[in-house]
Design a protein around this ligand. Structure first.
Ligand SMILES: [Zn+2]
Ligand SMILES: [Zn+2]
Length: 274
């Protein structure tokens, strides 16, 4: 599996000159499975440039369908969707998976941000063919042979972490997750156990989180602790705070590497083979 990071920023896009090495787009990771089905994790603003690339690949016959797996429905994970080029292609097929919620349907959660008062193109006007699937915790086998293991973690309004398994390899995507003050969430450790790569929320520093308890995010140190407890060799620090400058983020990466040699700071445009 080849992973490309199109958006690594948390909360809101930050098109600012001192943040460009990390990147300003919100969460979106492309997973090339080496088949004509492409997997996309989250639809933050990074999905816009990814959509332009996939549109070309559709024209070249390299991609014939896309699976979008949403961790949850906060804006920084869905707001790129109205700009995802393939939604204007009537011959294209998109499968969207996201956490099941008791009070709202997945389709309504996505179409809500495209109501006419907010955006001129209504969801119902999109020509693309979309199927929606609401996920609960557990193991899900997709028709491509892709296995997705979903587990809930701590985040306002609920969110799922995903373990992706394909072709004998695996990685975990666990963003927007909060831990307990004195210990990391065992569910996240269990999901990540012995996986090849862990992409984990690293929004805050130890000092910052003291004032942001209950906001649903982790420190980079908690991400490192999960990686250690789960025996994960490569850890990607993801979902950086919008205020974090490149200099600060690179400082965090250097500091975290002292604790775990496999630490990699997520940067827009970065690719990793799993
Ligand atoms: Zn987020
Ligand atoms: Zn969130």
């Amino acid at each position: 599996m080849k992973l490309t990071f199109w958006g690594v920023r948390g909360s809101i896009p930050v098109p600012e000159i001192n943040k460009m090495k990390v990147g300003g787009n919100t969460s979106c990771v492309e997973v090339d499975l080496g088949i004509s089905t492409r997997l996309i994790l989250d639809a933050g603003t990074g999905i816009r440039p990814l959509g332009a690339k996939i549109a070309k690949e559709i024209a070249e016959g390299k991609v014939n369908e896309v699976i979008i797996l949403l961790s949850h429905y906060h804006w920084d994970h869905i707001q790129g969707f109205p700009f995802f080029n393939p939604i204007f292609n009537p011959k294209f097929k998109i499968y969207i998976f996201g956490p099941a919620k008791a009070n709202r349907k997945l389709e309504g959660l996505l179409s809500g941000q495209m109501e006419y008062d907010y955006w001129p193109v209504k969801f119902s006007q999109l020509p693309v063919n979309i199927d929606f699937y609401e996920l609960n915790e557990g193991s899900h086998l997709f028709k491509t042979g892709l296995r997705v293991i979903a587990k809930r973690h701590i985040h306002p309004g609920t969110a799922l972490g995903y373990r992706i398994e394909f072709g004998g390899k695996s990685f975990v995507y666990c963003t927007d997750t909060e831990h307990f003050q004195n210990q990391v969430d065992k569910r996240v450790v269990e999901l990540s156990s012995d996986t090849g790569l862990l992409i984990h929320d690293a929004q805050y520093t130890d000092t910052e989180i003291e004032f942001r308890l209950g906001w649903g995010h982790s420190t980079w140190r908690q991400a490192v602790e999960v990686a250690k407890q789960a025996s994960v060799k490569r850890l990607v620090l993801f979902h950086m705070d919008p205020e974090r400058t490149d200099e600060e983020a690179l400082g965090i990466e250097a500091e975290a590497k002292k604790e775990h040699s496999g630490v990699i700071l997520a940067k827009e445009g970065m690719t990793i083979e799993v």
